[in-house]
Design a protein. Structure first.
Length: 620
């Protein structure tokens, strides 16, 4: 990475290589003084880099906790007036920063990335001889090294940021990718400039024959492999991407250390600390898998259309519906763990759609061994989302497999809701076919029969024409009844979510599983698959049909067509008193997420109800 050689005041060579004996003692002393001064300067700039990165982090940490405190105090009769100006100002800022902008998830993301890139640019070109390729190459190498630390910090599964800022590792994955690209670009510039510098001096053969320079070359190609796997393989072959990404990273970090093995230059120290940070995270994860492997097992139930229901015997501590765990089933894959969202906590259940690799082999095993019990373990739980009990109204919108998350969050609310803490729950779910609805039959029954069901609104949408329909009169009756209930509870809204998986997972048909007698009431995990795109595809206005069909299997009226997502969210927020708070939780395909994001952002105002947006978007 950052080389110890570079340009000198006299155009000579670094004393670290001893290649210019004829330059005389004066030049040798001059070179040593130059490189000593340059080392002091770069260490000072790396402290600036660290301060800049910590400053960005501090902004988010302070903002998160001050905002949480001010929201709590806002309802206080004595202190509400004191915190009100801050609450209003942050709402007005979020009205702008939450909105989608081209190339980024939101304006806030764009602002953060801009600040991050600006810090890198400022420190790359400040107080450096820009006319010297050696000096520029040296500076780029060091800044690349600093970014390597950021890349690993953002990749930690057990990140302290999940507590400090309420952002879990999967929500930081986009920043991890950007930091990785910045690091790689700086590394390429570092290598290219030094190569041009040494080539101009006619020293290419002698310099690049040295072991530490060979290590640098290997490191460069290793990180090239890591970047290549992330850009070109991750979406098509997750397992191969993951193995390549880890192996190339390990090779890269080792050869970076060998590239500058002198502790005096402090590059080796930074490299060792970075590697130790990554290794510590791996040790924690491995220890957790080992701990939860004791007397633990999973039961597999094959589901139609390539789905597999996985029931875990022993749940990890702090597991809640909506969070996700990495599952290890050695009988299927000995050396792999894969993340899936928990949609039920007692017992812990996952539903997994077969695609390629692990999910395909898991389903094949379940088909040939239905009801099989296998040794297993988990790592987790992971994931952060706002506590729904802190809100007066919870709006959930699911498209297809996104119901894995929203049903989990809904069950979380129902388990904790009582007469002393009533909540208004709005649940909107759109699927492609009527058969998909029975996957969550148990959860739908609970939404209908729970003691707090008068405070629960459930609206189901089927985007394709039903195979059977109720008479028109019965449909109208169901629709009228549903609308009356909606008006009485004062809620109407929507949100969509998606669970964590390394592959997309469309909804499943329950027909074959019903015949087999296996339990239903589940929805597969997904990260925005084709089914969701069909179920909630962006059209002008999100057209909605006016017909209802009474679906006896689920006990709720079912509406044919696509939901008008924007109208549902607006109705939910506008019907909420200004003194209350609304949570809009959403996840799914990008068009749906953009619509939910922009609609919700427009509804954040200083004089309206408090509106919080949570999008379950994942970056692998």
């Amino acid at each position: 990475m950052a080389g110890g050689t570079g340009s000198t005041p006299a155009g000579g060579v670094s004393s670290g290589h001893g290649n210019n004996a004829s330059s005389g003692g004066g030049t040798h002393t001059k070179n040593e003084a130059y490189f000593a001064a340059r080392q002091i300067a770069i260490e000072r700039h790396m402290r600036y880099f660290a301060a800049g990165m910590c400053g960005l982090l501090a902004v988010f940490v302070v903002y998160h906790w001050v905002r949480r405190l001010s929201v709590k105090l806002e309802r206080s009769k004595s202190l509400g007036a004191v915190t009100r100006p801050f609450v209003v100002s942050t709402r007005l800022a979020r009205n702008v920063l939450v909105r989608k902008v081209p190339g980024f998830k939101s304006a806030g993301h764009a602002l953060l990335v801009t600040a991050y890139v600006a810090i890198n640019l400022a420190l790359s070109f400040t107080d450096v001889d820009t006319t010297s390729m050696g000096s520029l190459g040296h500076r780029f190498g060091w800044i690349s090294l600093g970014n390597m630390v950021i890349v690993i910090f953002l990749a930690l599964k057990n990140t302290p940021l999940s507590f400090l800022t309420a952002h879990s590792y999967e929500q930081l994955n986009g920043l991890h990718q950007i930091a990785g690209c910045v690091m790689f670009i700086l590394m390429v510039l570092h290598a290219a400039l030094y190569t041009a510098y040494f080539n101009g001096q006619g020293r290419m053969e002698s310099i690049y024959a040295e072991p530490d320079r060979i290590a640098g070359i290997v490191s460069g190609f290793a990180f090239l492999g890591a970047v290549f796997s992330a850009i070109f393989l991750r979406s098509y072959w997750y397992e191969l991407f993951y193995v390549m990404h880890i192996l190339f990273w390990v090779l890269g970090i080792i050869t970076v250390g060998l590239h500058q093995p002198d502790f005096g230059h402090k590059i080796l120290i930074v490299t060792i600390l970075t590697g130790a940070l990554w290794a510590a995270d791996r040790l924690v994860r491995g220890a957790r898998v080992l701990l939860y492997s004791v007397n633990n097992e999973v039961t597999l139930h094959p589901l139609p259309d390539g789905g597999t229901k996985v029931v875990l015997k022993k749940a990890p501590a702090l597991t809640k519906p909506g969070k996700h765990c990495f599952i290890w089933i050695p009988a299927v894959r000995k050396f792999e763990t894969h993340p899936f969202t928990v949609h039920r906590s007692e017992p812990v259940e996952f539903t997994i759609k077969a695609r390629d690799g692990f999910t395909r082999d898991l389903h094949q095993y379940a088909l040939t061994h239905p009801g099989a019990t296998l040794k297993a373990s988990v790592d987790g739980p992971y994931g952060t989302f706002p506590d729904p009990m802190e809100f007066d109204k919870i709006v959930l919108l699911a498209g297809g497999g996104g119901a894995t998350f929203t049903f989990g969050l809904a069950m979380n609310v129902l388990e904790r809701m009582n007469d002393r803490a009533p909540k208004n729950l709005v649940f909107i779910w759109a699927v492609k076919k009527h058969e998909n609805l029975s996957w969550f039959r148990e959860q739908l029954d609970m939404l209908r029969t729970h003691p707090q069901s008068p405070n629960v609104n459930v609206t189901l949408y089927v985007t394709r024409a039903p195979t059977t329909s109720s008479p028109a009169g019965e449909s109208s009756s169901s629709s009228s009844s549903s609308n009356n209930n909606n008006n009485s509870s004062g809620s109407s809204s929507g949100s969509s979510t998606s669970s964590i998986n390394d592959v997309d997972s469309p909804p499943l048909s329950p027909t074959a599983d019903e015949k087999a007698g296996n339990p239903l009431g589940l929805q597969p995990t997904t990260s925005g698959g084709d089914i969701e795109k069909e179920a909630l595809e962006t059209h002008s206005g999100y057209e909605t049909s006016t017909s209802y069909h009474n679906h006896g299997e689920v006990g709720h009226p079912v509406r044919t067509g696509r939901p008008d997502v924007a109208a549902l969210i607006r109705d939910a927020v506008s019907s909420t008193p200004a003194t209350q708070r609304v949570l809009v939780a959403a996840c799914g395909p990008d068009p749906l997420m953009n619509l939910v994001r922009n609609t919700t952002a427009q509804l954040i105002s200083g004089d309206g109800p408090g509106v919080e947006l949570h999008l379950e978007q994942f970056g692998w």
